[in-house]
Design a protein around this ligand. Structure first.
Ligand SMILES: NC(=O)CCC(=O)C(=O)O
Length: 264
């Protein structure tokens, strides 16, 4: 299976419209890949909080339409990263869109863990409530977004729902790059799954981005890692390795569920 992670540059000096056109063109360039991935909130930038309301789109807005067409033109499964979505009731969500090779919407995932503590995304956006998996012919994807990476219980829920390849678009900052690569490897090892984690390049809202998109196999080996600048990280991987690792080292079978809280 061939995957291309588009680590697009998100800078304040490029318009959303220009970046949308560039992203669509980069997706089209990946014809021949099985799966293409874009990062989190690449239209606005994940830290450009004041842009969220201004650029929020209904689910079937301009980014949806551009990405549906690009997926169909390239004939690829497309995880189009996330957009600031405006629900008809007015609530904003950080919503990922996944398209089939015919350009149909296969799934939408509203980010469950919002970043910022009492500021930014955490107060500007609503929280999703539903983990999402998507079945491709070669593998089942489990999707999560950026800050979700810090919450292993979400990934266990995805694995319990059949996920074998964990796809994580992000807008991760350079300041915490060591956490990004460490957590990507940890989620791969503990879930015995592939991890495809796609970040952004550039600097927006004064926050330099880490880049360093990364693909990790179910044994925790790094198959490919990007640098800090805009690039397309392409990797070939064998999804059957998930079943092989889970059979040879069946740690997932030793889970003890429903542990009680310690008594003090
Ligand atoms: N956009 C995000 O979710 C940022 C997450 C982050 O910076 C972190 O977890 O650290």
């Amino acid at each position: 299976m061939r995957a291309s992670l588009i680590q697009i540059r998100v800078d304040d000096d490029e318009s959303v419209d220009s970046r949308r056109q560039r992203a669509a063109s980069l997706v089209r360039d990946q014809a021949g890949a099985d799966l293409v991935v874009l990062p989190e909130l690449w239209t606005t930038g994940a830290f450009a909080y004041e842009e969220f309301a201004r650029e929020a789109e209904q689910l079937d807005g301009p980014t949806y339409r551009a990405m549906a067409k690009a997926a169909g033109d390239a004939g690829v499964w497309l995880h189009a990263g996330s957009i600031p979505e405006r629900d008809p009731d007015g609530t904003l969500y950080n919503t990922s869109l996944l398209f089939s090779p015919s350009g149909e919407l296969a799934a939408a995932y509203r980010k469950i863990h919002r970043f910022g503590f009492d500021k930014g995304e955490a107060v500007l956006m609503g929280a999703g409530t539903e983990p999402v998996t998507v079945s491709l012919p070669e593998t089942t994807l489990g999707v999560a977004t950026c800050y979700d990476l810090r919450f292993p219980e979400l990934f266990r829920a995805l694995v319990d729902a059949g996920a074998e390849t964990l796809v994580i678009p992000a807008g991760w900052p350079e300041r915490r790059r060591s956490h990004w690569t460490l957590l990507a490897r940890a989620r791969a090892v503990e879930n015995q799954a592939f991890v495809l984690a796609c970040g952004t390049a550039g600097t927006h809202a004064g926050v330099p981005q880490a880049g360093h998109s990364i693909v990790v196999d179910p044994w925790g080996e790094v198959l490919a890692e990007a640098g800090a600048e805009e690039e397309v990280l392409t990797v070939e991987f064998d999804p059957s390795k998930v079943a092989a690792v889970r059979e040879q080292f069946p740690a997932l079978k030793d889970r003890v569920l429903g542990l009680e809280r310690p008594r003090h």
